[in-house]
Structures are given as structure tokens and as C-alpha cells.
Design a binder for this molecule. Structure first.
Ligand code: GLU
Length: 321
């Protein structure tokens, strides 16, 4: 069925959802990365971006927070751009693990496979795949250029976060070397882990993430720059990964209740993609037990509910002035 919604309905739904979510409490900042534990828990922002560049920004949408696991999305896109979608499937995989994002057990259960580029193991493996091989600076430049193209503006490294993560990432070191043992790290292991840690430490705003989400929703065309930043065939592939594992071990519950594929990070950010329709991002530091922002979830869910949208509803959504 055709479902017609207007831009003012989208704006009003965003405002209502944002206001509602300000009343939702609970959760706690991630504390296993010391820097994140000290971020002001009251920060809250939400941004919606349409493929034609129409934006709705509410609250702390200019605040640069740690992108954390949301960075797995652009780097998976970059690996697909450079090596093709089939190579990413063959070398990393596309299966949800049903286990926590940093699970070592998942690697063993998946027959030595890193599972998907959107959990720690697969993301470290994806960093090892990035070209130019063997060149840390060149790889980092490629990662940053790719994020800049997707967002229409550059992210900024939060140096203190990078130091905090590097000093405490013992579990990720174990993952990296276990994967190396299984032939799933395609460059120097320490370099690959460092690139992963650095990309997680990038500061990003909800405004930027909403542009990235809308670029994915629009088949690779950035709504701000108007540039095509990746082949349209990558959109359904990355959205599949987001839908199947974006909310860690709660991914099924999330898609079932919200109707939107979304990727979260322990910095409190969430990026949601409604293919062909819009991109959305929200940020608030307190997380639930699985590592997903409590307020960001509440806001995005409410927004979808008010508009009656859902990726699996079977509707053809038409946005009017
Ligand atoms: N840098 C974090 C880690 O590797 C990211 C985790 C996340 O956001 O899920 O543990």
C-alpha cells in the first residue's frame, strides 16, 4: 500500500518522540571504558534526515560523542567498496551471533569465523581488510575519508577516549590474536586492532550520523553533498547486517518492536536506516544491559510508532511537502 506522510508530520513526530524520551530514565553509562563513564548522562540529541536534505534536529545534536560500535557500519561499507560484498561475506561473514558484541565464545562457535563486520571480531577483521594493506596511515586516511563522505563532514578523534580505550582493550587484544590464529586477520594484527580502537574513538554528532543513515537509506547518495559515495548494491547488504546484529544480542527484539534496522554503540549513539525513506540518529549516554542507549531507543521507537512506519510493513512510503 502507498503510505503518504508529510514533512510537517515527520517534524511533529520527531518533536513528540523526543519530548517523550526526555521522560524515560534508567540505564547507566558504559563503565568498562573509563572515559565514557564520565560523560554527562543528561545529554540527549536526535536528528532526522530525509534523502532530499530536509533535516530535523532536536536537543544536543552538535555534541561530539564517541562513535564506538557505530563506526563498524562505515568501515564495513568501505570494505565492501574496496573488495566487494562477496569478499566481505567470504572473509568475515554475515551471521548474527546472538552473543555479546565482544564475545570470544562466538568466534569458537562460528567455526573460527568472525561472524559479521558489526561485532568486535568482524570489525577488527574488516579493519585488517582495508586497503592499502600494510600502511597504517593510508588505511586510517581511507577510513576517515569514507566517514567524511558518508556524513558530508569530518569526524574528529577524541584523543582522551582513544587513550582510555587503548589502555583497557585487553578483551579485544585476545579477539584479535585468536582471529589471527584462525587466518581471519588480513594485515598486521596490532595495526588492525589499533585502527579499530581509533575508529571507535572518533567524535561524531547525531546530525552527522543522521546524514550517514540517510545516505545508506538513499542507496549511497549523500543528501547534503549530493554525491554518490558508494554503489547502490551496498545499501541492502549493509542494512541487512544492521538489521540482524545492530542491537547486539537484542537485535531481534529491537527490530520486532521498533520496525527500523539500527546500529548502536556504547558511547550512547544509535543510527537507524529506513531504506528509501529516511535516516535517523539519537544519542544519550545511559545504556541498558545489552549496551544500547535507553533514551535513544525510546525516542526512535516512539517516532516510528507515531508515523506508523516499519521496514517490514510492506508499504511504499511517499513523503510530500
Ligand atoms: N570500542 C568498544 C569496544 O570495542 C566498542 C563497543 C561498542 O560500542 O559496542 O568494546
Amino acid at each position: 500500500m502507498d503510505k503518504i506522510i508529510t514533512k510537517s508530520q515527520i517534524r511533529m513526530a520527531a518533536e513528540q518522540a523526543y519530548n517523550y524520551a526526555t521522560t524515560v530514565t534508567g540505564g547507566a553509562n558504559a563503565n568498562y571504558i573509563p572515559f565514557l563513564a564520565n560523560i554527562n548522562p543528561d545529554l540527549f540529541g536526535m536528528s532526522v534526515m530525509l534523502p532530499d536534505g530536509t533535516a530535523v534536529n532536536l536537543g544536543d545534536t552538535q555534541y561530539r560523542f564517541g562513535i564506538e560500535s557505530v563506526s563498524k557500519v562505515p568501515t564495513a561499507i568501505l570494505a565492501m567498496k574496496q573488495s566487494g560484498t562477496q569478499a566481505v561475506l567470504d572473509k568475515i561473514g554475515a551471521d548474527a551471533t546472538g552473543l555479546p558484541f565482544n564475545s570470544i565464545f562466538a568466534i569458537l562457535l562460528e567455526n573460527d569465523h568472525p561472524s559479521t563486520p558489526l561485532v568486535n571480531a568482524g570489525a577488527i577483521s574488516a579493519c585488517s581488510m582495508i586497503e592499502p594493506n600494510g600502511d597504517s596511515d593510508g588505511k586510517w586516511e581511507a577510513i576517515i575519508d569514507n566517514i567524511t563522505g558518508l556524513c558530508g563532514s569530518a569526524p574528529e578523534l577524541i584523543d582522551e577516549l582513544y587513550k582510555s580505550e587503548s589502555a583497557t582493550n585487553f578483551n579485544n587484544r585476545a579477539i584479535t590474536w585468536l582471529l589471527k590464529n584462525y587466518g581471519r586477520i588480513y594485515d598486521d594484527p596490532d595495526m588492525s586492532l589499533d585502527l579499530y580502537t581509533r575508529q571507535c574513538s572518533l567524535g561524531i554528532t547525531t546530525e552527522q550520523l543522521a546524514v550517514m543513515a540517510a545516505t545508506i537509506a538513499a542507496g549511497g547518495v549523500n543528501p547534503i553533498s549530493g554525491k554518490s559515495v558508494f554503489e547502490s548494491e551496498i545499501s541492502p547488504k549493509i542494512t541487512t547486517l544492521i538489521a540482524t546484529v545492530g542491537f547486539y544480542q537484542n537485535s531481534g527484539d529491537w527490530l520486532y518492536t521498533s520496525g527500523i534496522p539500527a546500529k548502536s554503540g556504547v558511547g550512547g549513539g544509535v543510527l537507524g536506516v529506513l531504506p528509501g525513506v529516511l535516516g535517523i540518529a539519537a544519542f544519550a549516554p545511559p545504556l541498558d544491559n545489552a549496551g544500547n542507549s535507553v533514551k535513544a531507543q525510546a525516542a526512535i521507537k516512539k517516532f516510528m510508532e507515531i508515523l506508523g512506519l516499519g521496514v517490514l510493513n510492506g508499504d511504499r512510503v511517499i513523503i510530500k511537502e
